[in-house]
Design a protein around this ligand. Structure first.
Ligand code: HEC
Length: 181
């Protein structure tokens, strides 16, 4: 092997090295591999929070049921109670407590009215105030908004008409139903 050939080999090696380095460099220029700014798996919650931020703390607007009570449908209220409440509550006089307390005579009864039922602090704190029609309306519409920390695991009944029917039914569960407001 003469020196000319050695030079050719050296040149080939250098060229290969140069091409190798340049391709990396050009690749970098073309592709810009970068760290993601945030994880693609991160769940975007900003949209859900936006309205609350725009209008201050979210206060659910609960329509009063008082204007609907006189014409409310007690039978429909009983059906709603069977569907939505009976898994946890009994409604008959002297009925047993379930997950929730018996609700006979609840309209006008004290908050946390049932002796011996294991109420949350949230409801115990309201003892001494009777359940008015509108208290029941607000509690049933949004239990956790009415009594933060309540143990009643119920999301709330959104329909004002259904709440009126249901509360008219609750009112009927009494030997002497409270007068309509
Ligand atoms: C998943 C079970 C569950 C369901 C469903 C449920 N409740 Fe309750 N309810 C409870 C529990 C538990 C309490 C006691 C709450 C506490 O101590 O914070 C309660 C408390 C109450 C109280 C207060 C009673 C008192 O003595 O002050 C009322 C009124 C009431 N529920 C009505 C209803 C109505 C009406 C429905 C149906 C729309 C309903 N609940 C659905 C579990 C339930």
């Amino acid at each position: 092997m003469n020196s000319f050939e050695l030079n050719k080999i050296a040149a080939a090696v250098l060229t290969a090295l140069f091409v190798f380095l340049m391709s990396g460099f050009i690749g970098e220029l073309l592709v810009h591999p970068k760290q993601l700014e945030r994880s693609v798996l991160a769940i975007d919650t900003s949209r859900r929070e936006a309205p609350a931020q725009a209008s201050g703390p979210a206060v659910p607007i609960i329509e009063p049921i008082t204007p609907l009570l006189a014409a409310a449908n007690v039978e429909n209220g009983a059906a709603i109670a069977r569907r939505q409440c009976a898994a946890c509550h009994s409604f008959d006089q002297g009925g047993r407590h379930g997950v929730g307390p018996n609700l006979w005579g609840i309209v006008g009864a004290d908050h946390a009215h049932a002796e011996g039922f294991n109420y949350s602090q949230a409801l115990l704190a309201l003892r001494g105030t009777p359940w008015s029609f509108e208290d029941l309306n607000r509690f049933i519409a949004a239990p956790r908004a009415y009594a933060p920390g309540t143990r009643m695991a119920f999301n709330g009944l959104a329909s004002t008409q259904q709440r009126a029917d249901l509360i008219a039914y609750l009112r009927s569960l009494d030997t002497d139903p409270k007068p309509l407001p």
